[in-house]
Design a protein around this ligand. Structure first.
Ligand code: MRU
Length: 336
């Protein structure tokens, strides 16, 4: 079961569900150029670490298709991949997928060879992600008690991946096993991925979900109403420090304080072999307009600045387990 058609390759172009418009409107964007796709990634029409990576992998096919056959083909096509790579700095899956595609581009011997091989590779990245999400769902659900209530942050569901998601794959699996009582979804200020996307997706799947303001999570955890906090990640450093949507770190602190297990669910492609710890993860900062306007109303006086990081890093000592498709890393802070 795939609850939402997040991204799909059709003949010669990529179709994306425009997540900026959810839940009011289900509309689709056709990407036939890397410029259009880069804008879609930058503005979060497609978002979530694995989905960004796979969209960019298909973007490499588009790049090869739109680059004229010439002696400078590889160089010109590479510069289109650079454009895709410049869209969002934190989700490592973007760079993971583009690096794979770049190697294929360099090994190809003509434009049509490049297009064919890049498409095969993008399809296989899509399928790997789908498979990974199924496995993570099973492994994660094994950790949950009967009749459990879980809390999640941002959207780490079908909308964020090729499959059923990372954190939400665990929730879907727990639901299908009959052990899930309900889900709390943090609203996720300022772009409201929890309120707009997670609740939309879970409602579609018939899973009971309540949205809460991010600021209500800590006190909710103290009441004992939540059995586990489950989130995804955008980049995991080699020591286990994990970057995810802004607000994840305070949530992990609150879970620690309340004695509630805090699980990160992410595929192997989210681990960054070049990041020794969280300090080397680049955190995306986004624009003032995301904070200064709510609907059509101004919320911050003109001239007042903002601090708007899109992600934070949760130190490994606050993480109970990291669940990936290769297995569960329990107490990751104890691993040498
Ligand atoms: O800014 P976004 O919406 O792309 O941020 C997404 C998240 O932070 C997700 O939790 C993360 O990518 C994991 S999704 C499987």
């Amino acid at each position: 079961m795939k609850p939402v058609p997040t991204l799909e390759w059709r003949d010669d172009h990529l179709v994306l569900l425009d997540q900026r418009l959810l839940p009011s409107e289900e509309a689709y964007i056709s990407c036939r150029s890397t410029t259009v796709l880069a804008e879609a990634i930058r503005t979060l029409a497609v978002r979530g670490a694995p989905a960004i990576g796979i969209a960019a992998a298909y973007g490499a096919v588009i790049a090869a298709m739109e680059t004229p056959e010439s002696s400078g083909f590889v160089k010109e096509c590479s510069s289109r991949l650079d454009l895709l790579a410049s869209t969002r700095p934190t989700a490592v899956n973007l760079f993971y997928c583009l690096d794979i595609q770049r190697k294929i581009l360099h090994a190809s011997n003509s434009k049509s060879d490049a297009v064919d091989r890049l498409l095969v590779s993008a399809r296989s990245l899509f399928m790997e992600d789908l498979e990974a999400s199924r496995t993570m769902g099973r492994l994660g659900a094994d950790l949950l008690p009967e009749n459990c209530t879980v809390l999640t942050h941002c959207n780490a569901g079908g909308l964020a991946t090729a499959g059923l998601g990372t954190a939400l794959s665990v929730i879907y699996e727990a639901h299908s096993r009959g052990i899930l009582s309900g889900v709390f979804a943090d609203e996720t200020r300022p772009l409201l991925q929890g309120a707009r996307l997670t609740s939309w997706e879970l409602q579609k799947a018939g899973i009971p979900v309540k949205v809460l303001p991010d600021s209500a999570a800590a006190s909710l955890l103290l009441t004992g109403a939540v059995d586990a906090v489950i989130t995804g990640a955008d980049r995991i450093a080699m020591n286990g420090d994990s970057a995810n949507k802004i607000g994840t770190y305070p949530l992990a602190l609150a879970a620690f304080e309340a004695g509630v297990p805090f699980y990160i669910v992410a595929p192997v492609s989210t681990f960054d072999p070049e990041a020794a710890d969280g300090g080397s993860i680049e955190i995306e900062e986004r624009g003032r307009e995301e904070l200064a306007v709510f609907g059509d109303r101004k919320t911050i006086p003109d001239g007042v600045g903002v601090y708007n990081p899109a992600f934070d890093v949760t130190p490994v000592r606050l993480i109970t387990s990291i669940i990936c498709e290769k297995g569960v890393i329990s107490a990751p802070n104890t691993i040498e």
